[in-house]
Write a protein that binds this ligand. Sequence first.
Ligand SMILES: [Zn+2]
Length: 120
Amino acid sequence: MTRIRANCPACGEVDLQPPDVTLRITRADDGLVGEGSTYRFLCPDCSEVVTKPADERIAQLLSTGGVPIEEAEGLDEALERLLPPHPEGVAPGPRLTVDDLLDFHHLLEGDDWFEQLLAN
Ligand SMILES: [Zn+2]
């Protein structure tokens, strides 16, 4: 298995295996590895999680070495998954007109509107 040599800020160079590393890619507009892409690993010596920026070259090296890639999704996509569908769907049936509203208003002024409602 490919060995990956990475640098822990506390321990210096450490040897890792591809499954120990996670590559997180944020796609730029052109589909390439964008800014904000990182790779992270758990240091085998001090057990600290180390996160480092990944550029195109590092991302290529790691992914060809067998490191799993995590695609960071855009904010829009993330929100779309979290939010329920838009609630203001168009209700079926004819549109409410001003006349309908006036009729409704007159109906509510009477005393028997509730009886009329029940009768329908
Ligand atoms: Zn360390």
